[in-house]
Design a protein around this ligand. Structure first.
Ligand code: HEC
Ligand code: HEC
Length: 282
């Protein structure tokens, strides 16, 4: 993926600075020997090309790497090596203690808008092996500053989709397309869709404006992370997260009821923006 993106960036006249890793922690580079190494390599392929390698479980055109950059190693985009040592843990959203495997299942349900592969299935075992290997040497149970996406200060003005549309046109459309539907080359998305039927669904973490703002501020435009003002990051996040996207799998059959149960704040589900009732698409 980075090679394809790099070639595109050179074509449009920019270069990619090195993607960030945690000072002091280096995920390994050489695969372990034998069958475990094969499983790790398989997991890495699934992580970087999820539709191609685990298409049965993913209806979106995204890969894990679309949001966890540099194969899940980049310290600015919720790195996998900072997550793994923290599981099992209690998660408020699930209202129970979940394992790493169950956390990955949720990514399939929401971010990949798909179906969760069974615990113990090849896909899940490969991903768990890959994530575990990336985390070798990290201290179990020790929270690092790189966990999750970097924090973003509160916006001075309420996040606004109309202001965000201007940021999108100027700084994002070049890669993600004017319609936000991404760009495909040789059958693979080099630039992933930001909304619409092939993007993440309403239950995904990225559908919350704050999460998207944090990811965008730190990482977008790709290769130029940190370049937007905080306000622009909030506004453009509000813009992309107020476009239609696939239904929340927890849909009760009624948009208002689903909104009341799962979307009381932090996102645009159930609201009318530009004349469209969000959450009404299948
Ligand atoms: C659309 C963007 C997106 C995609 C695609 C995506 N994730 Fe995530 N992921 C997130 C966000 C956002 C969070 C933080 C979620 C939250 O706070 O609810 C997250 C959290 C996680 C976590 C927990 C991190 C922690 O520190 O506890 C793991 C593990 C994870 N993702 C793995 C994956 C895997 C594996 C895939 C591919 C099957 C994937 N993700 C695909 C956006 C994404
Ligand atoms: C130079 C090209 C480029 C530009 C400009 C760019 N992006 Fe991206 N964006 C990417 C690539 C490439 C990825 C996926 C990274 C990967 O797979 O390694 C991505 C991923 C994303 C994602 C997570 C995946 C998804 O589809 O939801 C979001 C959200 C996003 N970009 C938003 C933005 C926003 C907002 C802007 C403008 C401020 C922007 N991008 C500008 C190339 C770009």
């Amino acid at each position: 993926m980075r090679a394809a993106v790099g070639a595109f960036l050179v074509a449009v006249g920019c270069t990619i600075p090195c993607l960030a890793e945690e000072p002091g922690f280096r995920p390994p580079t050489a695969y372990p020997p034998g069958p475990l190494g094969e499983m790790v390599a398989k997991g890495e392929q699934i992580f970087t090309d999820t539709p191609g390698e685990a298409g049965l479980y993913a209806r979106s055109a995204l890969s894990c790497e679309s949001c966890h950059l540099d194969r899940g190693r980049d310290s600015q985009s919720s790195p996998m090596w900072a997550a793994v040592p923290m599981y099992p843990q209690y998660l408020g959203r699930n209202r129970r203690v979940i394992t790493l495997g169950q956390r990955i299942q949720d990514c399939f349900r929401y971010s990949m808008n798909g179906a969760a592969p069974d615990l113990g299935s090849n896909v899940l075992t490969a991903l768990e092996s890959y994530l575990f290997w990336l985390s070798r040497g990290a201290a179990i149970g020790a929270k690092t500053p790189s966990r999750g996406y970097p924090l973003l200060s509160d916006p001075e003005l309420d996040p606004n989709p109309d202001r965000g549309r201007k940021v999108f046109v100027e700084k994002c459309a070049l890669c993600h397309g004017h319609d936000g539907q991404g760009v495909k080359r040789a059958g693979r998305y080099v630039f992933p869709p930001l909304w619409g039927p092939l993007s993440y669904n309403w239950g995904a973490g990225m559908a919350k404006v704050e999460n998207a703002g944090r990811f965008i501020k730190a990482n977008m435009p790709f290769g130029l992370g940190g370049g937007l003002t905080d306000q622009d990051a909030w506004d453009v996040a509000a813009f992309i997260d107020s476009r239609p996207r696939p239904q929340d799998p927890r849909f009760t059959g009624d948009v208002a009821e689903t909104m009341g149960k799962y979307h009381r704040d932090g996102d645009y589900y159930g609201r009318v923006v530009d004349g469209v009732l969000l959450g009404a698409s299948p």
